[in-house]
Design a protein around this ligand. Structure first.
Ligand code: URA
Ligand code: SF4
Length: 197
């Protein structure tokens, strides 16, 4: 089965998912979008209102800023696979441990199928989940933002870069310049990623 077909099957599963209480308040799942063989993945927290209505990740205000950050790094959105830790609308943007536990098997499968070289983890929850998955200890975002963590497991070998969530810069304008600088720096290091295998 092709990677596209595996992802399509998984999307159908998520469409019928009722593993946590968030299914009750969703309009549409936000599964994720992008090439099934993308070298770069972006993982946010979960859908906001706009995303819930459109069924697409990062199409609201935070998405607009993310688009700017991508261009600061010289990345083009259509070559990236963008998804979230949580696939259903998150009221108040608050995810509980139960939500994360219930939903991350889907993210794990997306990562296993896509096999990216780089995952940019937006915000604490995405960063801590992904670092933890590879046995690394999570630290506060003030400390880890912009750092490159090269990790590997039996199946995967990739780089994780935690970043402040773009929505946090909308709430706290002081973070805006830090984010822009982190993404520019990320852009300068992209050429160091492992060559295509
Ligand atoms: N914030 C997220 O974490 N994900 C989205 O898709 C949109 C906003
Ligand atoms: Fe299922 Fe995830 Fe939606 Fe919960 S948030 S119902 S686990 S898809």
């Amino acid at each position: 089965m092709s990677r596209e077909a595996i992802l399509e099957d998984l999307r159908k599963k998520v469409e019928g998912c009722r593993k946590c209480d968030l299914w009750r308040t969703r309009n549409r799942i936000v599964f994720g979008e992008g090439p099934a063989d993308a070298e770069v993945m972006i993982v946010g927290l979960g859908p906001g209102r706009q995303e819930d209505l459109q069924g697409r990740p990062f199409v609201g205000a935070a998405g607009k800023f993310l688009d700017q950050l991508l261009s600061e790094a010289g990345l083009s959105r259509d070559r990236i696979y963008i998804t979230n830790v949580i696939k259903c609308f998150l009221p108040g943007n608050r995810a509980t441990e139960e939500h994360v536990k219930a939903c991350t098997p889907y993210l794990d499968q997306q990562i296993e199928v896509i096999r990216p070289k780089l995952i940019i983890a937006l915000g604490n929850i995405a960063a801590c989940y992904l670092l933890g998955k590879f046995g690394l200890r999570c630290e506060p975002m003030e400390k880890i933002h912009g750092r490159a963590y090269d990790v590997s497991s039996l199946m995967l070998s990739l780089r994780i870069v935690p970043m402040y969530h773009p929505a946090s810069a909308l709430r706290n304008p002081g973070l805006r310049d830090k984010l822009i600088e982190d993404w520019r720096e990320l852009g300068r290091t992209l050429g160091d990623l492992a060559p295509a295998s």
